[in-house]
Design a binder for this molecule. Structure first.
Ligand SMILES: Nc1nc2c(c(=O)[nH]1)N[C@H]1C(S)=C(S)[C@@H](COP(=O)(O)OP(=O)(O)OC[C@H]3O[C@@H](n4cnc5c(N)ncnc54)[C@H](O)[C@@H]3O)O[C@H]1N2
Ligand code: MOO
Length: 611
C-alpha cells in the first residue's frame, strides 16, 4: 500500500473490541479539590461523609405547641387535656434551657429547636387557647382535644444523615440538589475528578473556521470542531479547539505534538488513504502508538486509535456523519471514564426500540443511523431522523439516538424491534396501542384458520414477525383438572405461566376478558397480531368468501378479500393462490400504520427531516 497506512495495523476492528481496548486505557484523570460553588456537573473523586447529623437537632415541623405526647393520653373533645404554657421558641431563636415538664407546653414555630422533654407538636389549629392572654405568654393555659403519637409533627435529628454516614459515593455527578446537600452538610470544598483536557483538531485545506455567508468556491466551514467541543463539554471534559490545520505534514506534526500534550486528542479529517491524508502517519511520526486504523462500521470506518503514555488520540474521518458516529461509539465512553463516571454510566446500554419506518442499508458492516426516539407507555419507538449518509449533518441535529443495525441486516421493516444507543437529549413520550391488529373474518368453516396458516410464512418471508389471537366463544380447554397449572389457577393466581424449551404459555384467569390487554401481551416484540373472528369489531380485516358467498364486512374495513372460487367472482378479489399479493397488502398497510403513528409524534421535526 502506497499510502499513509503502510506499516500500520489496517485490519478492520469490531466496534466492541475497539471499545474495550480504548476503555482499558481510559483512566480517570487525577483528583482536585474545588469550591462547592464551582462543582456543578463534576464527578466526586471520593465519597462525601456527613461531618455531623443533618439535620443537627430535633425541630418543630408545625407552628403549634411542643409538649409530651404522654400528657395527651385519653384526651378527647369531651375531655381535653389542659396544659400550661411555659415559654416560646422560634426558628433561629433557640433559648437554652427551655424545657417541657409534665402538664407543660412551649409555643413553637416551624423550625424551632424542640424544648428539652417535648416529643410532639400540637398544631395551632387543633389547640384551644384559653384565658385572657390567649395562650401567648408563659402561664397561659391551652386545651388539646386529641391524642398525639410521640414524634408527631416533629423533624427528627439526623433525618437526612447521621454523622459519619456516606451520603454521596465516588463517581456521583454533582447536580443542583447535590449542591444543596453539600451546603446543608457545611461542606465548602469537595474532591472531584479533574476534567480531562481534550484537544480538538480539524484537518483539511478546504476547511474554514466559523464564519458567515457562503464560503468561497471549493471551501467548506469546519462543522466538526463546534460539534465536538460542545459534546466534549457536555460529557464533562475541558475542551480546547486547536483550530484548523492544513494538509501539510509539518504543520500537522506541530499541531499533533501540541495535541498529544493533552489527556486526549480528537482529530477529524485526513484519516483516509488519499494523497493528502497525513493524519494517521503523522500521529505515528509524532510518537503515538497506533492500535487500529479501521473500524467495522458504517459510517465511521476510517477511525484510528493511537496513544502515548499520557494521551489517548483519535483520528476520526472528516465526514461529519462518520466523525460523530465514531465519536459517540468510541470517544464518548472514554471521556466519561476519564471524567470519573462509575462503570455503569460509562457505556450507555443499548436498548430495544420499535422501528416506526422501514429502513434499508447495504449489508456487510454494522450500520448506524441517526434516530429519533420517543417512548410510548414504556415501549420505545424510533425512526430515522432523516437521511444518514456519511457526510450528513442535518439528521444529527434532530437525533437523540443511534439506530444500530447488525452487519447482516439489509432492511428492517416498520414495527420490527431494533437496538438503539441513546444520545443526550429529551425522549418525548406519547401514547398509542403497542401493536396493530388485523382480523381474518368469514362465515363458519370458510377457511379463516387455513388462510392465517398460509399467510404467516408469507409474512415471515417479508421479515414481519406476527402473532395470532384466536377468538373463542365456547369455553376452550387448555388446562386439565389436576395439572399443576390448573391447581395454581384455581388457587387464585390471576395469570399462570408455563415455560418450557420452545413452548411457553400464559393462562389468564380473569372474569373480564380485555382485548387490548391481550393484544399488548401477545404483541410484545412482534409487529402485528392477526386475529380470527371479531367480525363486528372496527378494525382492518381480510375476509374469506366461500364459494357462492357474498361480503359481510364494510368495504372500508377490508384490506383484501380472499375468495375460495377460482377464478374469483369479482376481479379485484384475490384467491388462495395469490397469498403473496395478500401479504404484500398487509406489508404496505403495516408500513402506513407505523408511519401514521410516528407522524403524530414527529410534528414539525418530520418536515425538517425530509421523510
Ligand atoms: N480510496 C478510499 N477513499 C475513501 C475511503 C476509502 O476507504 N478508500 N473512505 C471514505 C470514507 S468512508 C470516508 S468517511 C472518508 C474519510 O476520509 P478523511 O478522514 O480523510 O476525510 P477528508 O478527506 O479529510 O474529508 C472527507 C470529507 O469530509 C469533509 N470534512 C472534513 N473535515 C470536515 C469538517 N471539520 N467539517 C466539515 N466537513 C469536513 C471534507 O471536506 C470532505 O468532503 O474517506 C473516503 N474516501
Ligand atoms: O467509513 Mo466512512 O468513515 O464510512 O464514513
Amino acid at each position: 500500500m502506497g499510502h499513509q497506512l503502510t506499516g500500520l495495523p489496517h485490519a478492520p476492528v469490531r466496534v466492541e473490541e475497539a471499545e474495550s481496548l480504548v476503555l482499558s486505557l481510559a483512566r480517570p484523570a487525577g483528583a482536585e479539590r474545588v469550591p462547592v460553588a464551582g462543582a456543578l456537573g463534576r464527578r466526586l473523586a471520593a465519597p462525601v461523609v456527613a461531618p455531623f447529623d443533618v439535620w443537627p437537632f430535633m425541630r418543630a415541623a408545625m407552628d403549634g405547641y411542643a409538649l409530651r405526647a404522654r400528657d395527651l393520653a385519653g384526651a378527647s373533645p369531651a375531655a381535653p387535656a389542659q396544659l400550661r404554657v411555659v415559654g416560646e421558641a422560634f426558628a433561629g431563636s433557640g433559648r437554652a434551657g427551655l424545657a417541657v415538664g409534665p402538664g407543660e407546653a412551649v409555643r413553637v414555630m416551624t423550625g424551632a429547636v424542640m424544648p428539652e422533654g417535648a416529643d410532639a407538636v400540637a398544631p395551632l389549629e387543633t389547640v384551644e387557647e384559653a384565658g385572657a392572654s390567649a395562650g401567648r405568654g408563659s402561664g397561659a393555659m391551652i386545651r388539646v382535644a386529641r391524642e398525639l403519637e410521640p414524634g408527631a409533627n416533629v423533624f427528627p435529628k439526623g433525618e437526612d444523615a447521621a454523622a459519619g454516614e456516606v451520603v454521596l459515593r465516588a463517581g456521583h455527578r454533582i447536580g443542583p440538589s447535590s449542591l444543596g446537600l453539600l451546603a446543608a452538610l457545611g461542606i465548602a470544598e469537595v474532591e472531584v475528578v479533574r476534567r480531562p483536557r481534550v484537544a480538538v483538531l480539524a484537518v483539511g485545506d478546504e476547511l474554514l473556521e466559523r464564519g458567515a455567508g457562503a464560503p468561497p468556491p471549493g471551501r467548506v466551514y469546519d462543522a466538526n470542531t463546534p460539534a465536538l467541543v460542545a459534546a466534549l463539554e457536555e460529557l464533562g471534559a475541558l475542551s480546547r479547539p486547536l483550530g484548523v490545520v492544513r494538509d501539510d505534514p509539518d504543520a500537522l506534526e506541530e499541531a499533533i505534538r501540541t495535541g498529544l500534550s493533552f489527556d486526549m486528542l480528537v482529530i477529524t479529517g485526513g484519516a483516509s488513504v488519499g494523497d493528502r491524508d497525513f493524519t494517521v502517519a503523522t500521529l505515528a511520526r509524532a510518537g503515538a502508538q497506533v492500535r487500529f486504523t479501521r473500524l467495522l462500521l458504517k459510517p465511521g470506518k476510517a477511525a484510528t486509535f493511537a496513544h502515548t503514555d499520557r494521551c489517548l488520540a483519535f483520528a476520526l474521518p472528516g465526514n461529519p456523519g462518520a466523525a460523530m458516529t465514531a465519536f459517540w461509539l468510541l470517544v464518548a465512553p472514554a471521556v466519561r471514564a476519564m471524567a470519573g463516571a462509575p462503570p455503569e454510566e460509562i457505556m450507555p446500554g443499548r436498548v430495544p426500540a420499535r422501528l416506526m419506518q422501514p429502513v434499508r442499508v447495504r449489508p456487510g458492516r454494522p450500520h448506524y443511523l441517526w434516530g429519533r426516539m420517543a417512548s410510548c407507555r414504556g415501549v420505545r419507538a424510533v425512526w430515522p431522523a432523516g437521511p444518514s449518509g456519511t457526510a450528513v449533518i442535518r439528521s444529527q441535529a434532530l437525533a437523540n439516538a443511534l439506530i444500530a443495525l447488525p452487519a447482516e441486516v439489509a432492511q428492517a421493516p416498520a414495527g420490527s424491534v431494533v437496538e438503539v444507543l441513546p444520545l443526550p437529549g429529551e425522549v418525548p413520550a406519547f401514547d398509542w396501542l403497542p401493536v396493530p391488529t388485523l382480523s381474518v373474518v368469514g362465515p363458519h368453516d370458510s377457511g379463516k384458520t387455513t388462510l392465517i396458516e398460509a399467510l404467516l410464512p408469507e409474512l415471515a418471508r417479508r421479515g414481519i414477525r406476527a402473532g395470532a389471537l384466536k377468538h373463542d366463544v365456547h369455553g376452550f380447554v387448555m388446562d386439565y383438572e389436576g395439572k399443576d397449572t390448573w391447581r395454581l389457577g384455581r388457587a387464585g393466581a390471576e395469570r399462570v405461566g408455563i415455560a418450557g424449551p420452545g413452548r411457553s404459555a400464559v393462562l389468564w384467569h380473569r372474569e373480564a376478558y380485555a382485548f387490548d390487554a391481550m393484544v399488548a401481551l401477545l404483541g410484545e416484540g412482534l409487529q402485528l397480531v392477526l386475529t380470527e373472528g371479531y367480525k363486528s369489531a372496527r378494525m382492518p380485516k381480510i375476509e374469506v368468501v366461500p364459494e357462492g358467498g357474498s361480503l359481510l364486512s364494510p368495504a372500508a374495513e377490508l384490506l383484501a378479500v380472499v375468495s375460495r372460487q377460482q377464478p374469483p367472482p369479482q376481479p379485484e378479489w384475490l384467491t388462495f393462490a395469490d397469498l403473496g399479493a395478500v401479504a404484500e397488502r398487509v406489508e404496505r398497510w403495516l408500513e402506513r400504520w407505523y408511519r401514521e403513528k410516528a407522524e403524530a409524534v414527529l410534528g414539525h421535526d418530520r418536515e425538517a427531516a425530509r421523510p
